[in-house]
Ligand binder design. Structure first.
Ligand SMILES: NC(=O)c1ccc[n+]([C@@H]2O[C@H](COP(=O)([O-])OP(=O)(O)OC[C@H]3O[C@@H](n4cnc5c(N)ncnc54)[C@H](O)[C@@H]3O)[C@@H](O)[C@H]2O)c1
Length: 254
């Protein structure tokens, strides 16, 4: 089978499900993975009839990541072409004193160590065929820092530097590694950060309009569009790049 294969982590969430849809539209066979079995069932139902298989997979569980990679390799007879490291959490408490070291560790385990687990396992198979693409979903918090979100920001800063390092290490094997650093986007995660009820309020929309030059929050489809570009572009010269997607918020602030 020559159909390209993409594996998406955190596939049942806001960005993840949009990424799966866009990659399916581009002709990929999609392996949708998530730790949330119920949400994964919902995704499978929503995308029924498409070229999609779902796997329950916690990115922190290295043995499970290995098992999914082995199962996919056996099933398709060749490695996954594109890995999208998208799974992530922001945590329940934000300021340093409330968060505490346990929760900070969990955020870093999922957002950063989880990406190490998946990248090490899937790049090993990609190396055999001397081709592959790895796309890491970081955050502008990993570039700017985040007041009341230091563990999250640190995890995403770590992912950006890991991404740049992997692009150097894996580039000679024609495994291309890039990262996307989204700004404020409308998903469950953003709801957790600002409080669900505020997302829809006129006041919130006014504030966002005033700080984002394009005058709106990002949508999961915005991010999916760029994942699709990085997955399908014919050049391998976009390597080690971090694409900031914030509607111009950073430059708008200056
Ligand atoms: N929404 C935003 O504004 C925003 C901004 C910047 C970056 N991001 C990043 O984008 C990615 C997707 O976020 P989202 O907004 O779609 O959030 P979301 O909460 O909608 O989705 C996250 C998904 O990751 C899954 N997940 C959590 N822990 C996991 C684990 N251990 N193993 C496997 N899956 C796990 C969840 O079940 C969920 O389906 C995250 O890495 C997040 O940090 C989001």
């Amino acid at each position: 089978m020559n159909q390209p294969i993409a594996l998406v982590t955190g596939a049942a969430g806001g960005f993840g499900s949009a990424i799966c849809s866009v990659l399916l539209d581009s002709g990929f066979f999609v392996l949708a993975t998530d730790v949330n079995g119920k949400a994964l069932d919902h995704l499978a139902e929503h995308l029924r009839g498409r070229a999609l298989t779902c796997y329950h997979m916690d990115v922190c569980d290295l043995a499970r990541v290995e098992a999914v990679a082995a199962e996919a390799l056996q099933h398709f007879g060749r490695p996954v072409d594109v890995l999208v490291n998208n799974a992530g959490i922001i945590g329940k408490n934000f300021c340093l004193q409330e968060q505490g070291p346990q929760e900070a560790k969990r955020i870093i385990d999922i957002n950063l160590t989880g990406c190490f687990n998946c990248t090490s396992v899937f790049s090993r198979n990609m190396a055999r065929q001397r081709s592959g693409r790895i796309i890491n979903i970081a955050s502008v918090a990993g570039i700017w820092g985040a007041s009341g979100g230091s563990a999250y920001a640190a995890s995403k800063a770590g992912l950006i530097k890991a991404s740049e390092s992997w692009s150097r290490e894996l580039g000679p094997l024609n495994i291309i590694v890039t990262a996307i650093a989204p700004g404020i986007c409308k998903t469950k995660m953003f709801g957790q950060f600002v409080g669900e009820e505020q997302i829809q309020s006129k006041e919130e929309i006014k504030i966002v309009k005033s700080i984002v030059p394009v005058g709106r929050l990002g949508e999961p489809e915005d991010i999916a569009e760029v994942v699709n570009f990085l997955s399908t572009c014919k050049t391998n010269y976009v390597n080690g790049t971090v694409i900031e997607m914030d509607g111009g918020m950073r430059v708008g602030q200056i």
